[in-house]
Design a binder for this molecule. Structure first.
Ligand code: NAD
Ligand code: UDP
Length: 312
């Protein structure tokens, strides 16, 4: 049995990760400040004696003895990470410093939940890990993008300078049950609007693309990454290369929910990337033949079922 710390463990991805790690027979300490996460995401785990929930902010040091650390603490939706941009930067950067310092002291392996946002508005397509990205350092998304880029640099340098065992994954747009209905991300927005027969809010003309992966595929990839040999540090993209135009996603969700909603167009937010699609060659090579199993219809139907249970 391993003892594992998951920061941001009460969030969307973190709660699924905690659940899977517990199911695999590990002891899990879930650390969260409940900014975008909540107790309700992990309430079903609280009766498990091998699960511990800790209210703590990663910008402050934290001491514990564990074998592995998954560092997920950071708001992920543009609405939430832009709400308090300075705090977002502190969470990414100071959170990484604190967790890397902990990993160094206790000799734990540590995985960073980085993001496709490090590629910014990418000029190469699909994105490979050796692409340095196209990020506006002073734009609306920079608190998140640059915070995550700085965290990657910290991880790589703690590895080189101090021999810390690191793993960096770059997560592409992920969706599934336990996304917040109001967190502003496109899949939750569209499903909630469709279920309420309200207008579907497409930003811009909807020709921008994203590639969406279902949560279970990501969790499988994350755990496989943690289990790779020490010389596999990443960064490694984890995503589903199925690329969709946002307008087509809107139409698909209307169809799958049998909704009466119509599409309504709104201005495109500042620095909204035009295209995004992961090259997953490295993941397939290093993660024991990992490959996404959920196609869009299957993942969306499961997510729609979830939102039906929480929408009045
Ligand atoms: P989320 O907002 O649901 O989860 C983030 C969690 O971190 C929340 O529980 C929140 O309360 C917690 N948190 C935030 N600031 C904190 C702090 N200072 N101290 C302690 N806890 C804090 O988002 P998510 O989608 O589950 O994302 C989890 C991680 O994965 C994030 O690091 C995010 O950048 C990364 N990621 C997610 C996606 C995606 O599509 N969901 C894509 C790329 C990267
Ligand atoms: N988007 C949209 N309508 C919404 C929410 C988002 O058209 O109600 C668009 C957004 O402009 C972006 C894409 O959907 O082009 C994905 O947005 P999201 O916030 O989910 O993720 P990110 O931009 O961080 O990839």
């Amino acid at each position: 049995m391993k003892k594992i710390l998951v920061t941001g463990g009460a969030g969307f991805i973190g709660s699924h990760l905690c659940e899977k790690l517990l199911n695999q027979g590990n002891e899990v300490i879930c650390l969260d400040n409940f900014f975008t996460g909540s107790k309700s995401n992990v309430i079903h785990l609280l009766n498990n004696p091998y699960f511990e929930l800790v209210r703590h902010d990663v910008t402050m040091p934290y001491f514990i003895e564990v074998d592995e650390i998954y560092n997920l603490a950071c708001p992920a939706s543009p609405v939430h990470y832009q709400y308090n941009p300075i705090k977002t930067i502190k969470t990414s950067v100071m959170g990484a410093v604190n967790m890397l310092g902990l990993a160094k002291r206790i000799k734990a392996k540590i995985l960073q939940a980085s993001t496709s946002e490090v590629y910014g508005d990418p000029k190469i397509h699909p994105q490979t890990e050796d692409y340095w990205g196209n990020v506006n350092p002073i734009g609306a998304r920079s608190c998140y993008d640059e915070g995550k880029r700085c965290a990657e640099s910290l991880f790589v340098n703690y590895h080189k300078q101090n021999g810390v065992k690191i793993k960096i994954i770059r997560i592409f747009n992920t969706y599934g049950p336990r996304m917040l209905p109001n967190d502003g991300r496109v899949i939750s927005n569209f499903i909630v609007q469709a279920l309420k027969n309200e207008p579907i809010s497409v930003y811009g003309d909807g020709s921008q693309t994203r590639s969406f992966q279902y949560i279970d595929d990501l969790i499988e990839g994350m755990i496989r990454m943690m289990d790779t040999p020490d010389n596999v540090t990443g960064p490694i993209n984890i995503g589903n290369p199925n690329e969709f135009r946002i307008i087509d996603l809107a139409e698909k969700i209307i169809k799958l929910t049998n909704s009466k909603s119509e599409i309504k167009f709104f201005p495109l937010p500042e620095d909204d990337p035009i295209q995004r699609k992961p090259d997953i060659t490295l993941a397939q090579k290093h993660l024991n033949n990992w490959t996404p199993k959920y196609d869009m219809d299957k993942g969306l139907l499961k997510t729609i079922e979830y939102f039906k249970t929480i929408i009045k």
